[in-house]
Design a protein around this ligand. Structure first.
Ligand code: SAH
Length: 351
């Protein structure tokens, strides 16, 4: 039988496990602190637990500890890209970005992705599997340890669709924001989704103060469908209705992500249609000049088109920023580090 994954338990769940082992209640607190605050690499480091208890923990539970296989540091802006190997050999990628307001980590929520967005590298090989809460947590923990930098912000914008791994995502968020753990502020967390309507509504009801980022990328249902197959399942008006509901429930302003693709969705007419679409929603628009991937022939918009798009939105009094490209020298598009690693491994096996 597969061992239970001890780092994926919330504090309440861990208390039950410890009680079931016949240990005193305060041991759960010690164990939780070792895992989620002191970021221990394994049971052996937990020196205030008895040898016997540690031994039984080892026998009964698996301890997630990601192995770093690559780390690249940008010479331009200190952005760091990490490649981690999971216990079953899968690899995932995470990023550390340094801003003046603090350090932000971008994590993956799945190994691969099944959403199929046309311009995205992470989805090319399909979905391999969901990440466990402990595997999402350990991306933050390992980066904090290896870089020596305190992490204060988190974006779930790496490989995967977080709302397609809903229960694990929620458990991850609860542990990461727990004051007995790293205690990262919920307000400093952003979860990005391609728009799974039911789960946006569920998320709105969790009582979390996190920011929802919605990948919009088009101002009409037809155009959105061309870029994002998921739009065949959820229509644009339903997605926006779910966003309004999220704001009504949480009071958190929505971020709309809009990847500008040259000649596809980047004209001033597109901008006007977008402004009219978002008219009454309390939101912020984040424009992302598309990162071209070699498997598709999408190109970035001209600088002048990007500026004109932004100006048009501002005319309509929409809050808008252009996403600053970070770590230009150490990556291509998001998900490409993992992909190039997997392609290289595959080539090795063919030899
Ligand atoms: N599954 C989530 C997280 C994906 S990554 C989602 O869809 O939101 C975060 C953002 O980067 C999304 O808005 C995604 O559409 C965008 N993105 C992915 N590949 C990109 C690329 N090559 N260029 C620009 N933006 C991209």
């Amino acid at each position: 039988m597969e061992k239970k994954d001890i780092k994926s338990f919330t504090f309440e769940q861990l208390q039950q496990e410890v009680a079931a082992m016949g240990e005193k209640a305060f041991r759960a607190g010690q164990l939780y602190q070792w895992m989620h605050q002191k970021l221990a690499g394994g049971f052996d480091e937990m020196t205030n637990l008895s040898q016997g208890f540690r031994q039984r923990l080892k026998e009964q539970y698996a301890y997630t500890h990601l192995e770093m296989v690559d780390r690249m540091i940008s010479g331009i802006d200190q952005t760091e890209k990490y490649l981690f190997r999971l216990e079953d050999g899968n690899v995932i990628e995470s990023v550390l970005m340094r801003y003046h307001h603090g350090n932000s980590v971008c994590i993956s929520s799945q190994a691969g992705c099944r959403m199929g967005c046309r311009f995205c590298a992470s989805t090319l090989g399909g979905l391999t599997r969901n990440l466990k809460p402990s595997e999402m947590l350990d991306q933050v923990y390992r980066i904090q340890q290896i870089s020596g930098q305190r992490v204060s912000n988190l974006v779930v914008m790496g490989t995967g669709e977080p709302l397609d791994n809903y229960d694990n995502l929620i458990r991850f968020l609860r542990i990461l924001t727990d004051e007995k753990g790293l205690n990262i502020s919920q307000r400093n967390i952003t979860v990005s989704t391609c728009g799974l309507v039911e789960n946006i509504r569920r998320l709105a009801q969790e009582g979390l103060q996190i920011t929802l980022a919605l990948s919009l990328h088009a101002s009409s249902q037809e155009k959105r469908r061309e870029l994002m197959p998921i739009a065949n399942k959820y229509g644009l008006s339903d997605v926006l209705e779910a966003c309004r509901y999220y704001f009504a429930k949480t009071g958190r302003r929505i971020t709309f992500e809009y990847s500008l693709v040259g000649g596809v969705n980047d004209t001033v007419e597109d901008a006007k249609a977008l402004a009219e679409l978002l008219g009454d929603i309390n939101c912020h628009v984040n424009l992302i000049p598309v990162n071209p991937i070699k498997e598709r022939d999408y190109v970035q918009s001209d600088k002048s088109a990007i500026t004109a798009f932004k100006n048009k939105l501002e005319k309509y009094r929409i809050n808008v920023t252009i996403r600053r490209e970070m770590g230009r020298d150490i990556n291509g598009a998001c998900g490409q580090l993992r992909k190039s690693y997997m392609d290289a491994e595959e080539r090795k096996q063919m030899v």
